[in-house]
Write a protein that binds this ligand. Structure first.
Ligand code: X8Z
Ligand code: ZN
Length: 625
């Protein structure tokens, strides 16, 4: 591998040299195409083993599995960097087709974390990345002084209403998980930036922003423009929620003005607030009469107990993870109703449905495609609650997308952009309406909330979907700043806390300083997963949903529409999914929605009645923070 690295570096240097460039004949179209075929095959073949190493690592954390994953990861990084450098050379060929140009471009930006070609850099980068992700997976907070793991603490943050305990969980998680990562993270940033520069990007953030079929700067502007469209809605929701929290907890815990205390919003990162719907529900009209998690429990879905052992002799229903698996069956049922083929048997054998008893794993949910054929699976530490019911649909959306584009060329085995990949399952989950829940037997027909509960239904959705947007935007605002140096290592904490206050209007429950690293307490930072994708997905899912409801001829209020069972919608969706990354994303958007623009209008239309209602509720209050 090292030889390959230095050859590629040499080649790049030769191309850069003006004297030699004249002497080197420009590559031909045939050569460029042959190179692409070779690179695609090599990367594809390597991914078969390296993704297996990653799976083993994520589902069985140990020093050994870390080493194996980092080993294959380093090979992948070096190989990709070499090909990315070569791609730049072939891009100079005259007469390249649009298609070939696109694949060369995709190859140039394929890596999330590039390493420089210097010997050892790819390995060091992968050692750091693996160590950070594993540390997150093993992370613990405390509750009443007792250690509590990541998936349990997430659940507790949703259910617990004791401000002291919430504070303890928030502080312990951020202190224990985030702070120790600071040094490793800074090293990783330096190496990745050096890699990005060798590939011709200003920094790693610029490389991330260049993956959207438009100039990188235009993409950043586009996200700001969309945020401006939906911010008035967020501001009203913030104002209303703050008042309700103040009513519940009093001035000492949550003052009536200023930012909201981050640990009171029902989620460790205050990124979605649906879990505190009970706190904000409008009196009388707000009681929806159901919560999906409670409905599941009422139907006998029991969360697997920590002490429960897997005894094959007991009836199927007593086996660990049985009910969590049944939640996935409901998810599969939705996609089947649209005409998608059932999940393969291996999905059910190989998916990690719940947290294993005997070892540490990376609990943060993810969807995998191990062989680009039929080995699709999910890794999750499922709980029987409404958050995870939605997350299951989310993860399955990734798996059905992966399967739909499987016939594309290797470089096109991806979403139209990463926001599309994140939006599919969420858009499907918007169809989990009361009527749908009746259809699948989870809700009694007599308990369907009437039109007087529309505001409640919309508010419940807004607490998750609208509340999420500023978080979805700021995570990468922070990372872009870290990568381009405007947030130096000496200000990692301040940079994060300032952005949280500016965009979300929230503050930590205790003061923080630069010994902390709160960004590291969010999976995607140590996991190195770009985050703007979720902001885009928040917007796109509403556009997809609006389009699907239109296609199905729905006439009622938008939020009551479910396209469950609609094969025509399924066929049209499949047509978009099958495209993978083969065309610029506006083409994919157009294929399903008829428009080429990503815009917050579908979202503001969906929530328009709520927006009006919130403005009334907030009358006389001074909103903002
Ligand atoms: O990370 C995820 C998925 C895996 S792709 C569970 N999400 C973001 C998060 O949890 O922060 C989905 C919503 C946002
Ligand atoms: Zn996802």
């Amino acid at each position: 591998m090292k030889i390959a690295i230095s050859l590629a570096a040499l080649a790049a240097a030769l191309i850069a040299s003006p004297v030699l460039a004249q002497q080197t004949p420009a590559p031909t179209v045939t050569e460029a195409e042959a190179f692409l075929a070779k690179a695609e095959k090599a990367m594809f073949d390597h991914s078969l083993i390296s993704s297996r190493a990653d799976w083993v690592n994520s589902t069985y954390l140990s020093d050994d599995s870390d080493a194996v994953a980092a080993y294959f990861g380093a090979i992948r990084t070096s190989m990709n960097v070499d090909y990315a450098l070569e791609a730049a050379k072939y891009a100079t060929a005259t007469g390249l087709s649009v298609e070939t140009k696109r694949r060369l471009d995709l190859l140039r930006t394929a890596l999330t974390l590039p390493a420089p070609t210097a010997p050892g850099a790819a390995q060091e980068l992968n050692d750091l990345a693996t160590r950070l992700q594993s540390a997150y997976g093993k992370g613990k907070g405390t509750l009443k002084g007792q250690p509590i793991n990541g998936s349990d603490i997430e659940e507790q943050m949703g259910n617990n209403r004791n401000p002291e305990e919430l504070k303890e969980m928030w502080v312990s998680w951020h202190d224990n998980v985030g702070a120790p990562m600071r040094g490793d993270y800074a090293k990783l940033v330096d190496i990745a930036n050096a890699g990005a520069k060798e590939l011709g990007f200003a920094d790693t953030g610029a490389m991330w922003r260049s993956k959207y079929d438009m100039p990188a700067d235009d993409f950043a502007k586009l996200t700001d423009k969309i945020w401006a469209e939906v911010k008035p809605l967020y501001d009203q929701l913030h104002c209303y929620t703050r008042a309700k929290l103040n009513e519940k907890y009093g001035d000492a815990v949550q003052p009536a003005s200023g930012p909201i205390r981050a640990d009171l919003l029902g989620n460790m990162w205050a990124q979605s607030w649906g879990n505190i719907y009970d706190v904000v529900a409008p009196k009388g009209a707000g009681d929806l009469g159901y919560d999906v998690g409670e409905l599941l429990k009422a139907k006998g879905y029991v969360e697997t107990r920590p002490g429960q052992v897997d005894t094959p002799d007991t009836p199927e229903q007593q086996r660990r993870g049985y009910w969590e698996k049944q939640m996935f069956k409901i998810g599969e049922g939705f996609y089947s109703s649209l005409g998608f083929a059932p999940l393969p048997a291996t999905f059910w054998d190989r998916t990690q449905f719940i947290k294993p008893l005997d070892r540490e794993v990376v609990c943060h949910a993810s969807a995998w495609d191990l062989d680009n054929k039929d080995d699709i699976r999910v890794k999750m530490c499922t709980k029987v609650n409404s958050d995870d019911f939605v997350t299951i649909h989310h993860e399955l959306g990734h798996n059905y997308y992966q399967r739909a584009y499987q016939k594309q060329k290797p470089l096109y085995l991806d979403g139209a952009n990463d926001g599309f990949h994140e939006a599919i399952g969420d858009f499907v989950a918007l169809s989990i309406t009361p009527d749908y829940l009746v259809k699948i037997g989870l809700l009694d027909a007599a308990k369907v909330p009437g039109p007087d509960k529309d505001i409640g239904l919309l508010l419940r959705q807004a607490m998750d979907k609208v509340a999420f947007l500023p978080f979805g935007l700021l995570v990468d605002k922070w990372r872009w700043g870290v990568f381009n140096g405007t947030i130096p290592q000496s200000q990692y904490e301040k940079g994060w806390t300032d952005l949280r206050r500016q965009y979300q209007g929230i503050v930590p429950p205790v003061s923080r300083d630069e010994t902390k690293f709160d960004a590291g307490a969010k999976f995607h930072i140590p996991g190195n997963t770009p985050y703007t994708r979720y902001f885009l997905a928040g917007i796109l899912q509403q556009q997809f949903y609006e389009a699907a409801c239109k296609q199905s001829g729905w006439k009622g209020p938008l939020h009551r529409c479910s396209f469950y069972g609609n094969k025509a919608v399924g066929a049209k969706l499949n047509a978009m999914l099958e495209m993978g990354a083969s065309k610029p994303w506006p083409d994919a958007l157009q294929a399903f929605t008829g428009t080429r623009e990503i815009s917050g209008k579908a979202m503001t239309a969906y929530f328009a009645p709520l927006q009006k209602w919130l403005v009334q509720q907030n009358k006389g209050k001074s909103c903002g923070w």
